[in-house]
Write a protein that binds this ligand. Structure first.
Ligand code: C5P
Length: 414
């Protein structure tokens, strides 16, 4: 049966991206009916939406003709999913407080269907305490809230708040509507052997990228991790049908389609985000977490005094996220760590497996240019022994690893 989406467009500059979203959803066979708030009409026209949706576009609450033909309560319930994209700080605030002062917000209050909100706003508005409160309230109310992207904003500022790309929103809609997977446009053939979505119904948690540990307001300790392998793993897990949470250190990589991304800076923030994301069926810890942080990050920029004395830097150990998960009350059924080694790869990985309480350690040889490069040569070390794979593109490593995760989870959990 045709799935139906009620798309509410509120007034943000990102509204233009919603036209592309409609096109992508229609291509997947989803029927879309659009509602524009009054300010949205300043950014996109009812005409272009009408053409793309091949349906009437709704706008005013007290339009007598509309109300006679289809009442607003009915309108809010005929869809399988209500999507608010872009969701401005204003409409999110109204939703969180049950305010219904136009057609869009009235429908949101009257609906009995799942709601997906796709926030888009200026970085300061996104981080404002009021928005934080509203998002937390909406999530507690069961609204699915997509994480905005980071990057340059229409207003010239840089940061978090950009509306995710239409492909990512369409993938999230497809997941919530349980649509069959779209073929991966890059592969040209199915990624996975057996069922198309071998990780359907599973929650996969992935960490990726480096962490930054502040020294003072302008300096930090970092490493050369690019995040590419972890992002490829999150993308492959989503293509395999999993619900994916990606906890990412500071990297400039686009969020893979269908992935919920949580950006963090430090190891301690990464640990908190990982614990908050539990329970998960599988956790793949790919991040290159800094082993040490400064004992006390300075509030002011440190100054050299010209005496030639060593820098006043004391380092303390960071929590080991993987080891903590290994002993966690909510330990995932499958726990996978990565290990970057330059020598005695298998031996070191074996020791790490035991020390951290992981099921597998994916050991990679970083003596070449793996960090930042596009290929990886890995050895999977587990209680059963070692499996060595050829040097493969990071995408292929990710797909193969997710196939192995899916097979293992179905053997353990089904
Ligand atoms: O001990 P080592 O850093 O080599 O271990 C690597 C593995 O442990 C990776 O999976 C990495 O994500 C994880 N790790 C962690 N927290 C740390 C250090 C490493 O989760 N503080």
């Amino acid at each position: 049966m045709t799935k139906r989406v009620l798309l509410i467009i509120s007034g943000g500059i990102a509204a233009y991206k919603s036209l592309e979203l409609v096109r992508l959803l229609r291509k997947r066979g989803v029927a879309v009916r659009a509602v524009l708030t009054q300010s949205a009409e300043k950014f996109v026209t009812p005409l272009s939406l009408g053409v793309l949706t091949e349906d009437h576009v709704f706008g005013q609450l007290f339009d007598l003709k509309e109300e006679r033909e289809i009442g607003h309560i009915q309108l809010s319930r005929q869809a399988d999913l209500v999507v608010v994209a872009p969701a401005t700080a204003n409409i999110l605030a109204k939703m969180a407080n049950g305010i219904a002062d136009d057609l869009a917000t009235t429908l949101l209050l009257a609906t009995d269907k799942p709601v997906l909100a796709v926030p888009a706003m200026n970085v300061r508005m996104w981080h404002h305490a009021a928005t934080r409160r509203n998002i937390a309230q909406l999530q507690a109310d069961g609204v699915h809230v997509m994480e905005p992207d980071s990057g340059e904003m229409a207003c010239g500022e840089f940061g978090k708040g950009r509306m995710p790309e239409p492909e990512a929103i369409a993938a999230e809609v497809a997941r919530l509507l349980a649509l069959p997977l779209a073929a991966d446009p890059l592969a040209g053939q199915p990624d996975f052997e057996g069922p198309d979505a071998p990780l359907a119904g599973r929650h996969v948690l992935v960490t990726a990228g480096p962490t930054h540990e502040p020294i003072d307001p302008v300096r930090y300790i970092a490493n050369r991790s690019s995040g590419k392998q972890g992002f490829a793993i999150a993308a492959a897990a989503a293509r395999a049908g999993a619900r994916v949470t990606l906890v990412a250190g500071p990297v400039h990589l686009p969020t893979p389609a269908g992935v919920r991304r949580i950006d963090v800076e430090t190891a301690r923030e990464m640990l908190a985000a990982v614990e908050a994301a539990l329970p998960a069926d599988a956790a793949i810890m790919v991040a290159a977490v800094a082993d040490w942080r400064t004992a006390d990050a300075a509030d002011q920029k440190l100054k050299k005094d010209g005496s030639g004395k060593p820098a006043p830097l004391a380092l303390v150990e960071n929590p080991d996220i993987l080891a903590k998960l290994g002993k966690h009350a909510k330990r995932p059924a499958l726990l996978v760590g990565f290990a970057a080694e330059t020598q005695k790869i298998a031996e070191h990985a074996q020791a790490k497996l035991t020390r951290k309480g992981a099921d597998w350690i994916v050991a990679n040889d970083v003596s070449g240019d793996v960090m930042g490069g596009d290929t990886n040569s890995v050895h999977i070390v587990s209680g059963d022994g070692i499996e060595s794979w050829d040097n493969l593109p990071k995408d292929a490593v990710a797909t193969r690893l997710m196939q192995k995760v899916a097979d293992t989870l179905s053997a353990r959990l089904d």
